[in-house]
Write a protein that binds this ligand. Structure first.
Ligand code: AMP
Ligand code: MG
Length: 491
């Protein structure tokens, strides 16, 4: 017993339930070793919560594991097959540069996928090189951890390791591998893949696996697939509302980038909105604005309809009946989403109870913010601290009238002002990963090998609701620029 423990001093405790699914679902293969594995950043607290030993991960052996040169004990690496609608077009996809090492069971018995992103070519790589570069992997690390701290369900980042190998993008860049931790990597696209290329039995197997893994409370009765659809819809309605409430723009909401667990997944061209505008798009390739901030709820509903389609054969033997059940479930999304969004907006404005005019009050504020290009985060922060003079709206008669209405609204509720302030403090972040701050951190890391800027940023972002005055400079919106901020998929 002690012998086994000594051999696995890192604390790996893998189970490989995905590898027990039908072979069609994946392709077993090991990561491609890299020239010189080097640990760049490790998420100590996440490692600990996974039951992993931080010192062991920071050792030479640890770096080898995190760069794919050594397979940890009990792991069974595989690339998952999936398909997806990319910008509306159906394509066969799959892990083209990621490998699932296995599922780590933490000391509390919880199961997490451990995936290496950038670990080399797989049968799903198409024309890609199977690799990732340092900037975008650090960017995923920063933004996913910020999302977690904001209380938004997300995959997380355990580590970034350098490979010591150049990777060709627009320019030659240092290669890196991100260790991604997820409740699972089951996506809408996983169902699309099995629905198109698997048997009816494969589809039922995948649905039962998803139920077991994410919705164990749903009983094994004959309605379980409808409940699966309803619960996935419910979680997405919660997730997308949370994105909208903090101004997060995913940027590439293809159906393969929507996780059934309800976690945010695949941090590519994502970014946070500064000035409020529903048409905001950062992604350089999203020329039509399909994935603009204001479109996200509609796109989520569209993606969920694609999920529902894959489930039709499981919902009912009678096709018309099945379609009716799916349509009813999908039509609930907008109401569920709206309910979550409205509840979140009420909290952002310090409201505990509900009044019929609340939505108009909220829409009026957003309308003024759009008109005056007011910073989304900072406007709510200024209201939280009762400093309307710090908003771009201040001095306009519309805003003066709005403030009067809002204050009267808060006066009518039974909770005291102090409670409203507390509710607003915990609903309105002081800081988000501002694009200029993220760029600054990445530039220092990439160009000077200076990771201190990123570490400071990560530390500040880890407590977005603390509102501590010493980090006030992280609240500053970027200086107005003639060139809009652009993000790139070429990761
Ligand atoms: P994403 O835009 O990250 O969701 O990726 C879309 C698809 O392209 C997925 O199947 C990825 O695995 C694949 N892919 C992205 N980058 C690469 C790469 N460098 N090499 C191989 N496959 C890739
Ligand atoms: Mg993806």
């Amino acid at each position: 017993m002690t012998g086994i423990k000594a051999m696995n001093k890192t604390g790996w405790n893998f189970d490989n339930s995905y590898a027990r699914l039908p072979q069609l679902f994946y392709s077993k293969l090991n990561p491609t070793p890299v020239r010189s594995p080097e640990l760049i950043i490790l998420n100590d607290s996440l490692a600990e919560s996974l039951g992993l030993n931080v010192q062991a991960l920071k050792s030479e052996d640890g770096a080898k594991v995190l760069a794919g040169n050594r397979i940890p004990e009990g792991a069974l690496p595989l690339a998952q097959a999936y398909a997806g609608h990319q910008f509306g077009h159906f394509t066969m996809l799959g892990d083209g540069r990621a490998l699932l090492l296995g599922e780590q069971i933490n000391p509390r018995g919880e199961r997490f996928d451990i995936q290496l992103k950038g670990a080399g070519k797989t049968p799903f790589s198409r024309r890609g090189d199977g690799r990732a570069v340092i900037g975008p992997m650090l960017r995923e690390y920063i933004i996913s951890e910020a999302m977690h701290a904001l209380g938004i369900p997300t995959t997380r980042s355990l580590a970034v390791a350098g490979t010591g190998e150049p990777v060709i993008r627009e320019t030659e860049q240092p290669g890196a591998i991100l260790t991604r931790v997820a409740a699972s990597h089951l996506r809408i696209g996983t169902f699309q893949f099995v629905s198109k290329w698997g048997s009816a039995q494969d589809l039922a197997t995948l649905a039962d696996y998803t139920l077991q893994r994410h919705f164990p409370e749903i009983g094994a009765d004959e309605n379980r697939y409808l409940h699966l659809l309803q619960e996935v819809i419910k979680r997405q309605a919660e997730l997308i509302a949370k994105w909208q409430l903090v101004g997060f723009i995913h940027g590439v909401m293809n159906t393969d980038n929507m996780a059934l667990s309800g976690e945010t997944i695949d941090y590519g061209p994502c970014a946070f909105m500064d000035a409020y505008d529903p048409a905001t798009v950062f992604s350089s390739i999203d020329v039509q604005g399909r994935y603009a901030y204001g479109n996200q709820p509609y796109i989520a509903a569209w993606n969920l309809a694609r999920f529902a389609e894959t489930l039709l054969p499981l919902l009912n033997d009678d096709e018309a009946q099945a379609v009716k059940m799916a349509e009813d479930a999908i039509s609930n999304f907008s109401e569920l989403y709206h309910h979550n969004w409205l509840a979140g907006m009420r909290a952002k404005l310090g409201m505990f109870d509900e009044e019929p005019e609340d939505e108009t009050l909220i829409e009026d504020l957003l309308g003024m913010m759009q008109k005056h290009r007011a910073d989304y985060t900072n406007t709510f922060r200024a209201l939280t601290f009762d400093k309307p003079e710090e908003t771009a709206l201040y001095g306009t008669s519309d805003f003066t009238q709005w403030l009067e209405k809002w204050r009267a609204r808060l006066d009518r509720q039974e909770q005291p002002k102090a409670s409203s302030h507390q509710l607003m403090r915990s609903s309105n972040p002081a800081w988000i990963p501002r694009n200029h701050r993220v760029e600054e951190a990445l530039e220092a890391a990439e160009e000077q090998g200076d990771y201190s800027v990123m570490e400071k940023l990560l530390q500040v972002l880890s407590s977005p609701f603390e509102h501590s005055p010493e980090h006030a400079e992280y609240c500053t919106a970027p200086a107005p620029s003639t060139r809009p901020y652009r993000t790139f998929c070429g990761t």
